[in-house]
Design a protein around this ligand. Structure first.
Ligand SMILES: [Zn+2]
Length: 301
């Protein structure tokens, strides 16, 4: 019993310290190897760097140009001979996209067209909102001017990096409308953004997707057959994270719809479901599903 208690304490500590690292807005130059061609800077958010024999792809920028410059420096260090640098973003939120001005001017910026439309519509609004959260954010985001992408695509773009290929995919709305997934072959590594996470309650911010469209996206993700998954705000894992995410969203949605049909308010349903998730997953850093339950309640019927 005592041993079990100690193990639980250790597991809790490990989860908390990983969580602390992943909420750190100043990115470090340390990398973690995810698969043969993929490295990650673990932070807020986790940034992926995919290295081929003649080109490098970065997925996400960190918050503001200072972090963008750190990421570009790390990419150059990992592959000094690669003169071609591609940059894409998992979604338009500031910690994922606002570091772009810190990259070298000849960086080729690619993103799906739905994400770019969201950026045009809500990008500045999100930057202003993040800036108001802390002096540090304000500092990181001051004077950010975002440029148009060099390339946009509807559903898929393939980037050949030399011996390794990145498929950039838009499968539909989930956390945002324009969520982009990157699938790296031959590694079978999925850079999943917020769409597939690890021990994390899903969240739809603003006019994003719906829980139902998120499930449809996950059905498409499952067909990729990922072996490694790098989420943006949680720890990396294997391909089973895709099915776990689907099960989690499906469970919350089914329960919320049942409570809704019984006339339970969205607030009460959110409290009940969050309390159950806390019991089921004592090691998760946060099990508050109230916002996601509200998204289920708001789904068009
Ligand atoms: Zn986000």
């Amino acid at each position: 019993m005592k041993r079990l208690f100690t193990l639980l304490l250790l597991a809790g500590w490990a989860a908390t310290s990983a969580f602390a690292q992943m909420s750190q807005p100043i990115l470090s130059e340390n990398t973690t190897k995810i698969s043969d061609h993929v490295w990650a800077i673990m932070g807020f958010p986790n940034v992926a760097i995919v290295v081929g024999s003649h080109a490098t792809l970065v997925v996400d920028t960190g918050m503001g140009p200072k972090n963008g410059a750190t990421v570009a420096r790390v990419a150059a260090k990992l592959a000094p001979a690669n003169t071609k640098l591609f940059l894409t973003t998992t979604h338009f939120h500031p910690e994922h996209a606002s570091g772009e001005p810190g990259f070298p001017p000849n960086t080729i910026l690619i993103r799906d067209s739905v994400q770019q439309q969201e950026m045009v519509k809500h990008g500045q609004e999100m930057i202003d909102m993040f800036s108001s959260r802390s002096a540090q954010n304000h500092d990181l985001l001051s004077g950010v001017v975002l440029r148009s992408p060099d390339v946009t695509f509807d559903q898929e773009a393939t980037v050949d990096l030399g011996g390794v290929t990145a498929r950039l995919l838009w499968f539909g709305g989930a956390h945002t409308k324009g969520d982009e997934l990157t699938f790296v072959e031959p590694d079978r590594t999925l850079v999943s953004g917020d769409v597939v996470q690890n021990k994390t309650i899903p969240n739809i911010y603003g006019d994003g997707g719906t829980p139902a469209t998120w499930l449809a996206v996950l059905d498409k993700v499952a067909t990729l057959g990922a072996e490694h998954v790098l989420p943006d705000h949680s720890t990396p894992g294997d391909g089973s994270l895709v099915a776990s995410e689907r099960a989690l969203i499906s469970e919350i949605r089914t329960r919320a719809l049942a409570l809704k049909s019984q006339g339970v308010s969205a607030d009460d349903a959110g409290k009940q479901i969050s309390a159950d998730l806390k019991t089921q997953h004592p090691d998760w850093p946060n099990t508050n599903a109230a916002h996601f339950v509200a998204s289920v309640y708001a789904e068009p019927q």
